[in-house]
Structure formats: structure tokens, C-alpha cells
Design a binder for this molecule. Sequence first.
Ligand SMILES: Cc1cc2nc3c(=O)[nH]c(=O)nc-3n(C[C@H](O)[C@H](O)[C@H](O)COP(=O)(O)OP(=O)(O)OC[C@H]3O[C@@H](n4cnc5c(N)ncnc54)[C@H](O)[C@@H]3O)c2cc1C
Length: 479
Amino acid sequence: MLGPGRGMSLPSKKTQVVVIGAGISGLSTAYRLSRAGLDVLVLESADRAGGVVMTERSEGFLVDLGPTSMLETSPKIRAFIDEIGLGDQRLYGNEQAQRRYILRGGRLRALPMSPQAFLTTDAFSLRAKLRLLAEPFIKPAPPDREETIAEFVKRRLGQEFLDYAINPFVAGVYAGDPKQLSVRSAVRKVYELELKYGSLIKGQIKGARERKRRGTGDKSKAKLFSFQEGMGHLPRALAEKLGDRVVTGAALASLTPEASGGFSCRYQHHEKLQSLTANAMVFAIPAHAAAPFLEGLQSDIGPQLKSIPYARVAVVFLGFSKPISCRPLDGFGFLVPEVEQRRILGTIWSSTLFPRRAPQGGAALTTFVGGMRQPELAELPEEALVSLVQEELSDIMSLRSTPDFVRVKKWAQAIPQYEVGHSDKVAQLERLEDAHPGLFISGNFRAGVSAADCVLNSEGVADRVLVHLVSRKSEGRGS
Ligand SMILES: Cc1cc2nc3c(=O)[nH]c(=O)nc-3n(C[C@H](O)[C@H](O)[C@H](O)COP(=O)(O)OP(=O)(O)OC[C@H]3O[C@@H](n4cnc5c(N)ncnc54)[C@H](O)[C@@H]3O)c2cc1C
């Protein structure tokens, strides 16, 4: 456990910044603020820091039950990992794991990694390949119409590309449904290619030329990484750096703005109700968890936050301590398009991706079930989930071995869905922050669901907090 245990006294003085939630978003923000010399306190309702990042080591297996890797989408990610002292623990994904498969017609087919490979791949029909040639000539959508990812992709690239490339991709990132997600909010960079260049293909080509001129890298080629001891090492390292500034088992109970600026809050720490005041409050908890507190500041914000859906996901880890009998595990794993009508979203071949995920000579497979596609499956009892996954893997990848280690984690509210109308909700949050200086709302429902987005966004949040506190000080209203 991190932070003061039962009976230990908690800071009673006014704290400069209180961060609610010790997931990656809250911890990264708190770390940056603490490094800038601020007095920070993180309140976390669970008995451990990390939120949905959760790693266990057991019987020679390393089990990531939340995110299994993250992407180095910016040099800032690498610098952050180095700065917190995890550089020598970082593990880049195995070269072989660049190969990714999709299921088509019941068979795994490698996704093309280059334009040349695209011409010869059997993952897409000739008709779909020819359809792509029309893409540069398709007019952009009217700017006043917010499209779903499915509408956007069908219009620009055709049905087959939607079914066999984008549908599984959206399942892999959001556990989501492209018919509900907003192209503008969920895949903003793709949306902006149409806006800026009028075409995705033209955008790719011109973007590559511009990047070459500027000497910057292609973010779509970002390197995938984790740590020797799994993704859980990241929140653990941040929490260790923050020390007793992270209080676990401490759930926010109420929030009241103060007349002089700042906030007072109460929180339940084990059985005791504690209170404190702060010049700035950073919310880094899920939208539905933030709703009861923020609607106290503005009544219509609660329903807006509660209306952000979260995908239900079950993670099923199968461990094999002896050589496994199945097709070659020669890649990252595979994703399952909805049209294939299977009962899993996809499987990561974890022991191919990173070393030491299974005992020497063994294997580890991490499978995702449910999502917005089949939420009811993610609620099945654990034994039923394991059987279901074994049956599916037997069909899809000829799995004949029986696992000698299994672990299941059911996330009732795993990943927020940026559906059509999401940007209006975010704009409302911005107005709420403007109306309450010192209030900052972050977390993965605001500016990107990936772990990398959470780390990158924490920089902007921390900067805004600093600017607020400096202006407060210059107005003579507290430190
Ligand atoms: C199964 C799964 C697989 C994923 N795979 C990947 C992946 O491979 N790569 C990737 O980049 N991303 C992945 N993601 C997404 C990414 O991991 C998350 O978006 C990110 O970790 C969320 O961090 P967060 O801090 O915003 O929120 P959370 O992790 O949800 O943290 C919020 C914290 O707030 C706490 N809290 C809630 N209410 C209160 C309260 N009242 N008072 C105090 N504390 C409170 C919670 O206990 C929690 O610890 C995955 C997510 C899941 C669920």
C-alpha cells in the first residue's frame, strides 16, 4: 500500500493542489507538479495506485490485466520515462511483433506493412484495393455534420475497408463500435487529414513530405513498449516518487468552492471522514465518477458526464509453461472484425511481444472479450470466459494445448467512448473550468484514451495549474 496507513495523520495544512485519482493521468500530473516544487496530494479511492493499469507476477507468468503496452508517439514520452528512472526497464516490442493479423473468412491473414505489400495481400479483395483509388476524388463531408467513424470510412474508403481494417482497429483501441464513435473526437488525426488535404491518401503523401522537410518522424510508426515488470511498473514508479503524497483508500466525498477562491473537500479515508482545502483541484477520475461532484458546481454537467459510455471488457490471460501446440505465434497477435461473428475481440501473443511473460519455453496469450460489440459476454462467469476463449482460439489459431495458468479480470467500465456529440461535452467541461478558476478536469475521457495520451496530456494540465497558481499569487490570494 502507498501513503499513510490507518491511524497515521494526514496533512492538515492547506494543500496547494489536490489531484483526485491515481491512475496514469493523475499520477503523471501530480509528478510534474511536485517536480515543479508544488505541494501536491493525490487521493485515490482504491487500495492501490494505477487505476486500470494492473500487472501481476505469478507462477512464472507476467500478467498485464489492463494495458499491455504503450506507444512512443512523441519524443516527450521517451523523455518522461527516462526522467522517472524507468529508461533501463523499458522493453521495446519484438521486431517480429510488427506483424499483425486480422481474421478473414475464418483464417488469420497478415496485415500489409507497406504499399507494395498492400497490392499483394489477401487481407483485402481486388475490388477493395481498386476502391481505394477513388479516395482522392471523394469530396469532404459538409463541416456542420458530425460523422461516425463508420460513415466517414464507408464514404471515403468503402465498406470492405470499414469491415476488415477499421472495425477491428476500433475494437483494438476503444473496444468500441465505429457506428457510434465520432470520427472528429475518436480519431481526430484522420479527420484532420480530410479537413487539411481533402483526402486521406493525399494527406499521407503530403504529410510524409512535410515531415521529411521538417525532419520529424511519422507518429504512425511510433515504437511500442512496456517494461521488464509490465505496464504496472509505470504507476508504481510514479507513486514511489510521490511517496506519502499519494493516499490510497481515500475516496473524494464532497467538493465545495470557497468564496476566496480554491476548494474545500471531504474524503473518506478508510472509516474516517477527513477534510482539506486546496488552491487547485485536478480531477483525474472517470467521467461517471466525477459527475456527482461536478454537478454540484453546475447541475447540467452531471447528466452530460454520465452519458459518456464506457465499454465493458473482460481480459482473459492463458499461460502455458510448456511449449504450446498451435499455429506459429509469429506476430503481435490478431484482431477480429465484427462481420466474422466470433465471440472475442482479439488476442495478443504476449510472450512473442515481450520476453519473460511466460516461463522459458512456455507461452502467454491475452484475449479481450466483450466491448461495445458484445458487452454481455464480458459479464460471463470466469470459468465460462476461459472456456469460450479456449474454444475460439482452438478454431482461430488451432490451439490444442490446455493452459496451466489462467487469470481473468472483468472491467465493468474499461474504456470511455468518444461518441458523436463528445466534443460538445468537452466544450462544456471547458466552460465549467472557466467558471471555476482552480478546477482542472483531466482523465482518459477528455483528450485521448491511450496511456501515452494520458502521459502527454498531463503536461498541459500541470502547466495550466502552474499558470493559475502563479496568477493567484500575483493577485495576493495564497501561495
Ligand atoms: C483492459 C484495458 C486495456 C487497455 N489497453 C491499452 C493498451 O494496450 N495501450 C494503451 O495505451 N492504453 C490501453 N488502455 C487504456 C489506458 O490504459 C487507460 O485509458 C488509462 O490507463 C487511463 O488512465 P486514467 O488515469 O485516465 O484513468 P484510470 O486508470 O481509470 O484512473 C482513475 C482512478 O481514479 C480513481 N477514482 C475513481 N473515483 C474516485 C474518487 N471518488 N476518489 C478518489 N479516486 C477515485 C480510480 O480508483 C482510479 O484509480 C487499456 C484500458 C483497459 C481498461
